[in-house]
Design a protein around this ligand. Structure first.
Ligand SMILES: [Zn+2]
Length: 341
């Protein structure tokens, strides 16, 4: 097994005014992602998020037009061409899936969770999330049958404006296309390189290595593996999920989805305890890349200080370098409470 959790530990020297201007050393780590080699900086700072004024955000969102509320949905949102979706819009339980008017991909949908304008994070349970995710899987399967050129799939979620969502009304964004995004391409290249060098499957080795280390591992829920990420991509550590037996989103079963949503709801329960009320979620998948597996990340999003500064700044934006203010091994302890209860 050749999974490497490589990190370089360093210290920055300075005269610290909070310690009587004596010589101080601030530790930091540069970590290397075991799959892609991408680096990220990890600190251990005494950061604690403050709960945002959610009621105020929801009130402001109600003062602007919402195309996903029942009064507007039929008239103000597009329908799919009949050859792709004969019924125009896909409906599963409370969820409605429509084309994305601002498409990110050749095939881009928006799955609206329910008629409710605001779905509080406290209410995001497997039951309330299931219909929208099921609709996305149905849509991606149809796209895969309809368009043989499509090779890459994802299901994405910006929850609340702090995570980039322009509409508070909860919705997912399933995408399918012919060109992988940077993150997915780097995953695929990492899998190919690992397979070529080691003659082994990356994900099996990775899962075994994380379980053996037992520093970030959270749980195995049915067919899904859960841990914090060795190299987090967000300001606070993210949670990752892998389906080691699933090559593609289009082969995900009803049970797989239940396991996934169980893990998501446990993650969100932890986020709420930490006053985090916004997140990004992506599930990455290819159609048939042999060494790749369906995997996901759930990233906390927040405005770190009361002036409302973004948690994304020059490092992520321009250097493509993540920085994280808490080590994933430290937050794992509290996450475990949520994953084992
Ligand atoms: Zn609405």
């Amino acid at each position: 097994m050749s999974i490497e959790f490589k990190k370089i530990s360093g210290k920055t020297r300075l005269l610290n005014p909070f310690k009587g201007n004596t010589l101080d050393q601030i530790p930091f780590e540069i970590r290397f992602d075991p799959l892609t080699g991408a680096t990220g900086r990890v600190f251990d700072l005494p950061f604690k998020a403050e709960k945002p004024d959610v009621a105020d955000i929801v009130d402001r969102s109600k003062k602007i037009f919402c195309p996903f509320c029942p009064a507007a949905l039929e008239k103000s949102t597009p329908e799919f061409p009949k050859d792709l979706v004969p019924e125009g819009r896909i409906k599963v339980g409370d969820a409605t899936l429509i084309p994305n008017l601002a498409p990110f991909e050749k095939h881009a949908g928006v799955a609206i969770f329910s008629p409710e304008h605001f779905l509080p994070m406290e209410d995001l349970t497997p039951a309330t999330m299931g219909d929208a995710f099921s609709a996305c899987l149905l849509y991606l399967r149809r796209v895969a049958e309809f368009d043989p050129l499509v090779q890459f799939f994802s299901i994405n979620w910006n929850y609340m404006p702090c995570a980039g969502s322009s509409i508070v009304h909860a919705h997912l964004q399933p995408n399918a296309g012919e060109v992988a995004t940077n993150a997915l391409r780097e995953q695929i290249e990492g899998c190919r390189t690992y397979g070529r060098v080691n003659q082994r499957d990356f994900w099996q080795d990775f899962i075994q290595a994380e379980k053996q280390k037992d520093e970030r591992y959270l749980a195995t829920i049915g067919s899904s593996f859960w841990s914090t990420s060795f190299v987090p991509v967000s300001f606070l550590p993210d949670v990752q999920c892998v389906f080691p037996e699933r090559l593609s989103l289009i082969e995900m079963s009803k049970d797989d989805l239940e396991y996934f949503l169980d893990g998501v709801s446990r993650t969100l329960k932890y986020f709420l305890q930490e006053n985090i009320y916004s997140f990004n979620l992506s599930i990455f998948s290819t159609k048939e890349e042999k060494g790749h597996r369906v995997n996901a990340r759930i990233c906390p999003r927040l405005l770190p200080r009361p002036i409302g500064n973004s948690d994304i700044a020059y490092p992520q934006m321009l250097h493509k370098e993540s920085f994280t203010v808490r080590p994933p091994e430290v937050v794992r302890e509290k996450l475990l409470e949520s994953f084992t209860s």
